[in-house]
Write a protein that binds this ligand. Structure first.
Ligand code: NZQ
Ligand code: ZN
Length: 384
């Protein structure tokens, strides 16, 4: 195991009706002038935004709102949010929604306190040192942004999708009420399940030795997802299955099971070009990407793939483990080819160029295995 520092200061509040306490948590973390930031309308239609507003009013807090965050959140709304915060002296941002609303809120939070262009953080030009405090009310178990210091934004010019990370972006509090996720349609539910499992696999694929404790934590979470997913896909209102998946999603990405070990993230980088170019759901893109990446890199450490095959999927070989995972993804309704995402072979040169050279990259991506342009093209071809 490698040396590590683990800092995960988010206050997690879990359970039914907990969103009614949003205002009191904002106050307890020193907020008085709030931006409520949310997506395309699901949280308005369900009445959740009204409940959050009521809780802020109850505490006597000033607020303004900015909806309209799209899945794969765009830079344009971030600039709008930064201006809105500056003109209203906002000192706290509450994101209501999933990874997209939360990531957009984090970008605004960092951008407000920065003199330059907030995209500098995402192009790797600058690190984030400070940000306004952010709280979240989560409506989809997926990205894990409610417990992470990460944010992923798509720049409209060029449709580059890039991520950044900083301790300053970790939410002060995150409200996790599994009931809020019961309005999710089957497809979005399955996309979330896929993303959670991807966050586990990205950490599982490591070059560090003697990482038994984190290996076992990841395997436990993968087994939980494997068992709970069919329950929720059968009954989208199954509270207990939703609850288990929601907490697994947060645990998968706070990095508690990724400490002390190198991690991969090549599947995420390869996928981000897909959701950048096709505007597909991140989880759907990952379902197409992961089996291809795993098959391409498995010989780098076949024993690791055999281990997860045996311990999680109950099969013997690396190949059988990858196939079991692929079949599981298909069983929950996920796509399996580039064509399913709306893409084709002709797009591969663009995908590879954006992946290997877009915004600051030098011709390859690194992780479990370093992948050059040719490797990336081969992997995209395996998705056809
Ligand atoms: O916009 P609304 O109307 O809210 O609809 C959303 C959206 O269409 C809908 N939805 C969310 N909660 C719902 C609901 N519909 C009905 N009932 C509910 N309770 O679901 C759709 C997807 O929402 P989104 O926020 O985009 O989903 P997700 O949480 O998967 O976030 C995806 C984004 O997070 C990034 C991804 O790249 C992607 O841009 N990621 C962020 C990470 C991080 N910050 O740590 C890590 C991840 O790996 C990921 O890259
Ligand atoms: Zn992800």
């Amino acid at each position: 195991m490698e040396n590590f520092t683990f800092y995960s200061p988010t206050k997690f509040v879990f359970g039914k009706e907990t969103e009614k306490e949003t205002g009191s948590f904002v106050k307890s973390f020193g907020g008085s002038r709030v931006l409520i930031h949310y997506g395309g309308g699901s949280a308005v239609r369900s009445g959740l935004i009204d409940r959050v507003k009521d809780s802020l009013k109850k505490e006597g807090l000033f607020f303004v709102e900015l909806g309209g965050v799209k899945p794969n959140p765009r830079s344009g709304l971030v600039y709008d949010g930064i201006e809105l915060c500056k003109s209203n002296d906002i000192d706290f941002i509450v994101a209501v929604g999933g990874g997209s609303a939360i990531d957009s809120a984090k970008a605004i939070a960092a951008g407000v306190l920065y003199d330059g262009d907030f995209w500098d953080f995402y192009s790797g030009k600058k690190g984030i040192e400070k940000a306004l405090p952010v709280g979240t009310v989560l409506t989809i178990a997926a990205a894990g942004s409610e417990g992470s210091g990460d944010s992923v934004i798509t720049k409209e010019e060029g449709m580059y999708k890039r991520g950044t990370g900083s301790e300053a972006l970790r939410p002060k509090f995150s409200i996790l009420n599994p009931e809020l996720t019961t309005t999710l349609p089957a497809f979005q539910t399955a996309c979330g399940i896929t993303d959670i499992m991807a966050h586990l696999y990205e950490r599982y694929l490591t070059n560090s030795k003697d990482v038994e404790v984190t290996d076992r934590l990841i395997e436990a979470l993968l087994i939980t997802m494997k068992n709970e997913a069919p329950k929720v896909m059968k009954d989208l209102k199954d509270y207990q299955a939703r609850a288990n998946i929601m907490w697994a999603g947060t645990m998968a990405h706070t990095n508690s099971c990724g400490v002390g070990r190198s991690q991969d993230w090549n599947s995420h980088n390869i996928e981000h070009e897909l959701s950048g170019l096709y505007d597909c759901a991140h989880g759907a893109g990952l379902a197409v990407t992961m089996p291809a990446v795993f098959t391409y890199v498995k010989d780098h450490d076949i024993a690791r793939f055999e281990q997860v095959a045996k311990r999680v999927w109950g099969v013997d070989t690396a190949e059988e483990g990858i196939e079991a995972f692929r079949q599981f993804l298909i069983s929950i309704g996920m796509p399996s080819t580039l064509g399913d995402l709306g893409g084709s072979e002709e797009d591969i040169p663009t995908l590879v160029k954006n992946l290997c050279y877009g915004d600051g990259r030098d011709g390859s991506i690194s992780g479990f295995v370093t992948l050059n342009e040719e490797d990336c093209a081969n992997i995209y071809r395996m998705m056809i």
